[in-house]
Design a protein around this ligand. Structure first.
Ligand code: ATP
Length: 415
């Protein structure tokens, strides 16, 4: 080594080891640099590997999802039906969704306890044998409806409609809670009531309160949806809705905007009208089909009673009509007290003044006014709501009301 250095550095005895050291240092630092670079590279490759492994597993999952999708798309559709009776462990009577009754066999793997009359089942399209028991959920067709097992609205949440509450209690609650009093007197209670009145006056709320007070399931369907959304399916929807109501009994079926399916029948009907009529006919058939003392009750609502087909209003159908008009002063006071109940109020706030300035307001408008006034106070970072907040709110809601009622057909129908 030293001889090498000697040849490299002739005649400079002193500087030789220093230069040698220099060279070694340089080499060392180069090696260190290389090492750092390689470590970094290795680290990057490692990260990349982890990333790619992750990517591969993601793609694998995607492939299996897509394979599952393909499998589902390839599998034949199943027919939905209800078990009507069990003849033996293997033989079961089912009613398919189009109404035909079949005697079929059931898959032996199915839990026998689930195959009870009333259970919803999937049937093989060719053999109609029961493939599986569907869980107790909505039929996809009835998903347009709202269903609440027990609504949390009580009569005390409503103001100014005490008389209407009394009438509804008498027609719906009494037959449900003590049907024997009707049988004793040999009379039949109404099967359903029709609530009429302008929008936002508490028709839905009242129906929900009855359901809640009688521990009934609440099933709500909007007539216009029935008429438009399920072309060709209206009649079936009605039938399935009643099936569901019977299944969930005691229950209250609430048909909002019944005028959309229950308007007077005209001779010059278009095919769309004929479809709506079929839906109405099915509704009438269902109404006639169940007993007034059954634990399924019907409440329907409209703000156009003038256009309803009389067939709907015949005895044994919606033969009790309850009007819920716009609230008068007393009603508005009661409604405001309910919706302002929990609000921290400034001293200058007077309910009587709000009442006098909200003539023509519905319950929903009054609620919106309270919410708006509270929002004004919150935006201004105040701790309570004052008279000015309410003045602003009333102005805003009046404006909104004016814009929305402009051009409405049955103006002032209930005033
Ligand atoms: P629509 O005909 O538009 O369906 P509706 O008559 O069914 O209207 P609801 O949906 O029951 O009206 O009322 C809307 C809201 O207005 C309710 O959730 C409630 O907050 C308020 N409201 C309406 N009427 C009253 C009332 N009498 N007392 C208290 N609140 C009311």
């Amino acid at each position: 080594m030293s001889s090498d250095s000697d040849t490299l550095n002739p005649g400079n005895g002193d500087s030789l080891p220093a230069r040698e050291e220099d060279g070694i240092d340089r080499q060392l630092s180069r090696l260190e640099k290389d090492y750092r670079e390689l470590t970094e590279k290795a680290q990057n490759l490692l990260t990349e590997r982890v990333y790619l492994e992750n990517e591969v597993s993601q793609q694998k999952k995607k492939v299996s999802r897509l394979e599952e999708e393909i499998r589902m798309l390839r599998s034949p559709p199943h027919i939905v039906g209800h078990v009507q009776d069990r003849i033996s462990d293997e033989k079961i009577v089912v009613r398919s969704s189009n109404g035909t009754v079949f005697l079929v066999s059931a898959n032996q793997r199915i839990d026998q306890d689930l195959l009870k009359p009333g259970a919803r089942v999937a049937l093989n399209q060719d053999t109609l044998s029961v493939i599986e028991v569907l869980h107790d959920a909505w039929d996809p067709l009835v998903t347009g409806a709202e269903m609440v097992e027990k609504p949390d609205i009580s009569y005390s949440d409503m103001g100014g409609i005490d008389e209407q509450i009394r009438l509804v209690k008498e027609s719906i609650e009494l037959p449900l809670s003590s049907p024997e009093s009707f049988t004793r007197f040999g009379i039949k209670p109404p099967k359903g009531v029709l609530l009429v009145g302008p929008p936002g006056c508490g028709k839905t709320m009242l129906a929900k309160a009855v359901a809640s007070s009688t521990d009934c399931s609440f099933i709500r369907l909007v007539g216009s949806e029935l008429a438009q959304k399920y072309i060709g399916e209206g009649g079936r929807m009605v039938r399935e809705l009643f099936d569901l109501a019977r299944e969930k009994a005691p229950s209250i079926v609430f048909i909002d905007e019944i005028d959309a399916i229950g308007a007077k029948r005209l001779d010059t009907a278009t095919s769309g009208d004929r479809e709506v009529q079929r839906t109405l006919m099915q509704l009438l058939a269902e109404l006639d089909g169940f007993d007034a003392l059954d634990d399924v009750k019907l409440i329907s609502a409209t703000n156009r009673p003038d256009i309803l087909d009389e067939a709907l209003l015949r005895p044994g159908r919606f033969d009790r009509i309850i009007e819920i008009p716009l609230p008068n002063e007393e009603g508005r006071t009661a409604i405001l007290n309910i919706h302002m109940g929990k609000m921290p109020k400034a001293k200058d706030l007077s309910v009587a003044k709000i009442v006098s300035k909200t003539k023509g307001f519905s319950g929903a408008d009054l609620k919106a006014t309270c919410v708006e006034a509270a929002m004004v106070a919150i935006r201004a970072k105040r701790k309570s709501v004052n008279a000015k907040d309410f003045r602003t709110a009333i102005e805003r809601i009046s404006e909104k009301k004016e814009n929305s009622t402009r051009g409405d057909a049955p103006e002032n129908l209930f005033h």
